[in-house]
Design a protein around this ligand. Structure first.
Ligand code: GTP
Length: 244
């Protein structure tokens, strides 16, 4: 079913939403909080119903963190492949949640697993978006040593998204970790180069560099706050905008 044509003018026509695996945990330490998944799916449905073409990249950290496993002695490449499988689990769960809300979706995996999902084919992904399907990109870039943030940047570029919307647990980018230190100050706007220079925790440097080289804006925002996603696509200043 094609999505409803836009009645409301939106700032962005095609978005790539990056969700960390941790965003799906809610207040748990591990795994998936079904209520959180349902609530994020509702937010996406709202944005999608305005005619915004929506692609999603989901991390896997709620199930398996490749970097931590390699710190504990596991081979980094092996750990990253397990992490990529974790993103497939999250993607399939998210697909189900969206379809329960009558949002049509397609999952495309960077690692071929035909019985579970389509393989990643850029032109097909773009056709799906044009037909009003939400496309979920699973298995990261399909390569170890690349994060799902980098996958989000790469896919956003490939599908010519207008922006990456990075949903996190905090309200934006701060000068220091607001979860750990008091008095942290939030930035409303940042330049890519300042993010890199100051080592601010927005996305990893590969992902930021890719966005910088291709002039793709990033909005970092709190996905836990209901309505934020809608506000951003309508052009309200929510979170932190990283651009040139
Ligand atoms: P259009 O033909 O452009 O409308 O796209 P479509 O996705 O509806 O057509 P297609 O016949 O390719 O897909 C029909 C259904 O099969 C969709 O739900 C796809 O996600 C699914 N599908 C397509 N290719 C694969 C695949 O390689 N593996 C899996 N598991 N499902 C697939």
């Amino acid at each position: 079913m094609p999505h409803t044509s836009a009645m409301v003018e939106t700032k962005y026509k095609r978005i790539l939403l990056k969700l960390s695996g941790e965003a799906l945990m809610g207040d748990k330490d591990y795994g998936i909080d079904t209520d959180v998944v349902k609530s994020i799916a509702s937010e996406i449905r709202e944005v999608h119903s305005l005619g915004v073409q929506t692609a999603i990249v989901i991390g896997g950290g709620n199930i398996f963190r490749g970097v931590s496993a390699s710190a504990r002695g596991m081979d980094r490449a092996a750990a990253d492949y397990v992490g990529m499988l974790a993103t497939v689990i999250n993607s399939l769960i998210f697909q189900d949640a969206l379809e329960k809300k009558n949002v049509f979706t397609r999952v495309q995996s960077a690692i071929e697993m035909k019985e579970l999902a389509e393989s990643y084919i850029r032109r097909k992904a773009v056709r799906h978006l044009e037909k009003g399907r939400v496309v979920i990109f699973a298995a990261g870039t399909g390569n170890p040593y690349f994060t799902t943030d980098t996958a989000a940047s790469l896919r956003a570029m490939e599908i010519h998204a207008d922006v990456i919307l990075k949903g996190t647990k905090v309200d934006g980018v701060y000068d220091r970790d607001p979860m750990k230190e008091g008095g942290a100050v939030k930035y409303d706007n940042l330049k890519y180069i300042d993010v890199l220079k100051a080592g601010l925790k927005v996305m990893d440097t590969t992902a930021i560099s890719l966005c910088m080289d291709n002039n793709l804006p990033i909005v970092v925002f709190n996905i836990k706050e209901t309505g934020n996603l809608l506000k951003i696509v309508r052009g309200e200043n929510v979170g932190t905008l990283v651009s040139s």
